[in-house]
Design a protein around this ligand. Sequence first.
Ligand SMILES: Cc1ncc(COP(=O)(O)O)c(C=O)c1O
Length: 317
Amino acid sequence: MATQSDTMTSGPAVHGRALASARANGAQAADARPKLWFDGQIADVDALQADLTTHAMHYGSGVFEGIRAYATASGAAVFRLPEHLERMRRGAELLGMQFDAQQATEATLATLRANRHRDAYIRPLAWYGEGGFGLDVSGRPQHMMVSTTPTLVHLAGSRARVAVSSWRRNPADSLPPLKLCGAYVNSILAKRESKARGFDEALFVDRDGFVVECTGANVFAVKDGRVTAVEHRDALPGITRDTLMTLSGAVSRSLTFEELLEADEVFACGTAAEVAPIAEIEERRFGDNPVTRELAALYARVVRGEESASAQWLTPV
Ligand SMILES: Cc1ncc(COP(=O)(O)O)c(C=O)c1O
């Protein structure tokens, strides 16, 4: 959905030389200064700078994740961390980057601890860095960072008004549905258009009239009590979608836009959005959404470790 967190940062491309001064300054820094993990070290966020030749800044040659930590009764825990890092690994592999999931796990936990964050949005980013402007990334310096921010309440519990995008989703045979930085320009265009039209969010529909997803969230429909997870090859295989399918027994299948409009309830879901009810799609207004409400409440309990299903999905900080 309107992923505040997803649009919040495309990540500073951090200059290696700046790191040395960041480490030096870090020694005197007050503990409360926000920290991030950069290339193996925890550093003060404001001591780091981007090199203007950073490849990812020019061409989007990076891969990121959007992950959340939640306060549970036994302390902070990260929700489905291995699955997020596996998706990131696939994106990194595609770009020819080294990616060490164990290191990324430790970096994530270290950043949360350094910032003393409990309910937090976590943004790991791996990217190609400084050098010339050629498109060949072989031998290019590679960097990684992990940033955490206290969680913003997504859409403040409101029900979103959604416009159908005139832009098509990146087709999977042009840009695979992974969290590749450059791919998100497609979401930015759709989001800009929907906001300009007075809506909160955009829905991608393909040329054949099938629903794809929102700019940063997957789509579900509820009809006569049956829950359907919209399936499309161009949509990101969402981890929240997978979680909700497991919890609700939802069927995964492709859905036409007409079918979506005929649904009793429609909601979007994602790490940042969680379970976000949709109030309107263009001129179609949806009424009460009891199934969505129930699923949203169940999801909230699961991520906070209050359900039996939770244990398998939580990594303690
Ligand atoms: C385009 C897109 N679709 C769907 C999702 C939902 O995925 P997840 O549930 O893994 O966060 C996201 C968020 O990461 C996204 O950016």
